[in-house]
Write a protein that binds this ligand. Structure first.
Ligand code: NAD
Ligand code: WQD
Length: 339
């Protein structure tokens, strides 16, 4: 039985991935400082699958803590989710983002190498492509200039891990570029639990549907898209989680450096999402057209062909399932996890 260290494993994508890892009979150690989550997500994971991960409360910037984990467990690979992800906050507090996301990852890799663990799967983002020069986005396109420190921190880590793998080919580095995660486990017991007013579209729509927010502001209806609103590639979080298990298989086959999109290849507009959510929930989602949000691009969607050919992965769940599962989570947990 292989042991996987999952940093940030109590967060949104992490908790869904931990559930799948446990179901697939991995032993799982979660390291999380609860900066943006609580241990409740993992208690619920245990209820879903009847197994529990080991949990260490600690920080990826803390080498002593990391070393103690590698001393205690025979870690095979690390899935590295831990990081801060609020785009607006990163503009206000850039150093906090570079310290947490870039320095934190550097520290993690140093400790991994010192403990002879050289397999890592990293949570990157489609944001590294910047303003798309071509659609769909494939991995051979050059990375662009992310419009905020959060995105820049992801690009910096991609460069850092690439250089590290070039210098020492014993490393297996899988960089997964996520498109827009949405949905929740079908039990409705775990899901996305943003702090305060959601920045992202799906949690905002869900909160309008429950009546927690009055209306959705649609950021711009004059983009060059089929209905003028922004188009994104929404991917079910369970599909995304499955991509990480496939990435571990790729590491077993000596991945070297492997960079891969995780998206569906299908773009939906903001108004498509509103309509699909109304259908799934039976609720009305009130909206008002508002000015464009600075830094937004018109359209962004993946070419998912590489993931299919190299990982044997493709998204299985469509928009309807994403909306139904988000609604089940949101309506059963209108205030998220108990605080
Ligand atoms: P999340 O905030 O729910 O999960 C991140 C977890 O990391 C949280 O549990 C948080 O407490 C923990 N954490 C943060 N800093 C830490 C530190 N220094 N030490 C230990 N733990 C720490 O976010 P998520 O949506 O699950 O995202 C997971 C990863 O995927 C992040 O790296 C994020 O940047 C990346 N990503 C997310 C999206 C998205 O839209 N959700 C898209 C692309 C990439
Ligand atoms: C989607 C669409 C908005 C909210 C961000 C990060 C990116 C990645 C995922 C981590 C856009 C519109 C949104 C609202 C709206 N995160 N919208 N009203 O911007 O594609 O990506 O999250 O890596 O780095 O930048 O996702 O969900 O914020 O927006 O009209 O209240 O919904 O303009 O067209 P985005 P999003």
């Amino acid at each position: 039985m292989k042991t996987i260290l999952v940093t940030g494993g109590s967060g949104y994508i992490g908790s869904h991935t931990v559930r799948q890892l446990l179901d697939a009979d991995y032993k799982v150690v979660v390291l999380d400082n609860f900066a943006n989550s609580s241990a409740e997500s993992l208690s619920r994971v245990s209820k879903i699958c009847g197994k529990a991960p080991d949990l260490v409360e600690g920080d990826i910037r803390d080498a002593v803590c990391l070393n103690s984990i590698f001393a205690k467990y025979k870690i095979d690979s690390v899935i590295h989710f831990a990081g801060l992800k609020a785009v607006g906050e990163s503009v206000e507090k850039p150093l906090m983002y570079y310290e947490n996301n870039v320095y934190g990852t550097l520290n993690l890799c140093k400790v991994m190498a010192a403990n002879h663990v050289k397999n890592i799967v990293f949570s990157s983002s489609a944001t590294v492509y910047g303003d798309p020069i071509e659609l769909p986005l494939n991995e051979n396109l050059p990375t662009g200039k992310p419009t905020n420190p959060y995105g820049m921190s992801k690009l910096m880590v991609e460069h850092m891990l690439t250089d590290m793998q070039n210098a020492d080919p014993e490393w297996n580095v899988v960089l997964l570029r996520y498109f827009n995660p949405a949905g929740a486990n079908s039990s409705g017991t775990i899901g996305e639990d943003p702090n305060g007013i959601p920045n992202n579209l799906m949690p905002f729509i869900s909160q309008v549907a429950t009546g927690k927010r009055e209306f959705l502001s649609v950021f711009g209806d004059d983009y060059d898209t089929h209905d003028g609103t922004g188009v994104r590639d929404y991917i079910h979080v369970e599909d995304l989680a499955d991509g990480h298990l496939k990435a571990l298989n790729k590491i077993d086959q000596k991945a070297g450096l492997f960079i891969c999109n995780l998206g569906t290849g299908q773009g939906y507009s903001v108004l498509d999402m509103v309509q699909a959510f109304e259908k799934a929930s039976g609720q009305t989602v009130a909206y008002k057209i508002a000015p464009r949000r600075s830094g937004d691009v018109a359209s962004c969607y993946a070419d998912p062909a590489l993931a299919a050919s190299e990982l044997g992965w493709s998204a299985k769940k469509g928009l309807q399932e994403m909306c139904e599962d988000s609604w089940r989570w949101q309506s059963q947990n209108p205030d998220g996890f108990p605080k």
